[in-house]
Design a protein around this ligand. Structure first.
Ligand code: CMC
Length: 386
């Protein structure tokens, strides 16, 4: 066997790497602390789901009111972080940094300024988790304001978490429908057991490192296009298809493009999943909402969705590979006019709750995570033997 073949990783596929009471990812269901995702997407708000994940139970009316008020009142970020976002403006414009990189550094800076930064008790983690959940949308919004050359849009405490996020990015109060679609996307993105970024955050937390450090690492893991970065990559792929074949969504041209991609052994972004082999049920929920928005928007918005649907049909019928949540997410955020490089940061604005819940769970019952590797390198030899 060649050395490369011997090093091919199993990616820990199918391995149980620990226990959790937060989330169950199954072929046919996704459950957050006992509640199915379709139920939550239909009936809960992001604030309710954030409480459920972080605190561990469905909030009472008074708990929800206090929690939502606390989140809304903690949205402002320190001046030093705003100065950093302004400093990063030219890097973002030149492309030497992307918003996920800048968000990662800003979160790390917030840790430096938190007087309780070193504490790892579940109580301290929860307080810091709430602050991070409140502040991450502000970092995203201010960063986009800097990119657009707009005055910094201050957070609006009267708006829900989702509506405020959109408001800070665009400077315009969103419609109820847009706010609800973002809200649902945040619910769908909030948690997903031992995915790569959450597992990274648990590995970091398990050394008894702090929550800001664990979240900084998780953001780095989420950025990659095989994970959260796929929502941006999926939309970029659709843009590439349109630029290659034109706007008219000719099925033959789409099919030719796809066949060429198959021949080139390309990974089609927003498709496939390590666990879900018969489809990601989050994808159907978001596709439906996004398509409804596109139908009410412009003919072109609908044309983008129709292009996506054609690509999806070919992937399903010819490869038996289904879209994951990132595929309809890209199309939905595009319909809403959100800049593509902010799609994965918005994923962070949701997944912070899942990461924090796992970091709290890890710190509360900790043992160092330290697997072993099978050595396949050279035989033992002497340094002085030549
Ligand atoms: N496009 C083309 N072929 C694919 C794709 C795809 N998106 N996904 C899987 N395949 C093929 C793969 O080439 C392999 O074929 P073969 O057996 O002939 O080599 C087969 O399907 C099995 O795939 P795999 O690579 O063993 O699957 P994996 O579990 O290692 O990878 C994945 C899962 C999500 C990394 C992969 O499906 C992928 O790269 N997808 C595109 C990126 C993406 O959409 N990522 C988002 C993941 S889910 C949500 C999130 O985390 O944000």
């Amino acid at each position: 066997m060649s050395a490369t073949a011997e090093l091919k990783s199993s990616g820990l596929e199918g391995m149980i790497a620990g226990k959790t009471a937060i989330c169950a990812v199954n072929q046919t269901s996704l459950i957050y602390r006992g509640y199915e995702i379709a139920d939550l997407a239909e009936n809960a708000t992001f604030e309710e789901v954030a409480f459920l994940l972080l605190v561990g139970h469905k909030p009472s009316e008074s708990e929800l009111k206090a929690f939502s008020k606390e989140l809304a009142s903690q949205r402002a970020i320190p001046g030093a972080v705003i100065d950093y976002l302004r400093t990063a403006g030219p890097w973002l414009k030149s492309g030497s940094a992307v918003p996920m990189d800048v968000l990662r550094t800003a979160v790390s800076m917030l840790g430096n300024m938190d007087p309780n930064s070193q504490a790892v008790s579940p109580e301290a983690d929860l307080e810091k988790a709430k602050t991070l959940t409140a502040q991450i949308p502000t970092i995203i919004g201010h960063m986009q304001n800097v990119i657009d050359g707009r005055e910094i849009v201050k957070p609006d405490e009267s708006l829900s978490h989702a509506a405020n996020l959109l408001y800070m990015i665009t400077g315009e109060k969103p419609s109820d429908e847009h706010a609800r679609v973002i809200d649902v996307s945040l619910i769908l993105y909030a948690e997903h057991d031992y995915n790569a970024s959450t597992f990274s955050s648990r590995v970091i937390a398990a050394t008894l490192s702090d929550i800001h450090g664990a979240v900084t690492g998780a953001i780095a893991a989420l950025k990659g296009p095989l994970h959260g970065g796929a929502n941006e990559a999926a939309m970029e792929m659709l843009r590439e298809i349109r630029s290659d074949i034109g706007k008219d969504n000719d099925p033959k041209k789409i099919q030719d493009w796809m066949h060429q991609a198959f021949a080139d052994k390309r990974k089609l972004m927003g498709f496939g999943h390590r666990v879900y082999k018969n489809g990601d049920h989050r994808a159907g929920i978001l596709h439906k909402l996004g398509r409804q928005l596109a139908e009410k928007a412009t003919d072109d918005s609908l044309a983008w969705f129709e292009l996506g649907e054609e690509v999806q049909k070919i992937m399903e019928t010819e490869k038996n590979i289904y879209p994951n949540v990132d595929f309809p997410c890209g199309l939905t955020y595009f319909t809403m006019g959100i800049p593509v490089p902010q799609y994965t940061p918005i994923f962070v604005a949701a997944r912070i709750t899942g990461w924090a819940a796992h970091i709290i769970e890890q710190h509360a019952n900790n043992r160092l995570i330290r697997p072993i590797a099978e050595y396949v390198g050279p035989e033992l030899k002497k340094w002085n033997d030549g």
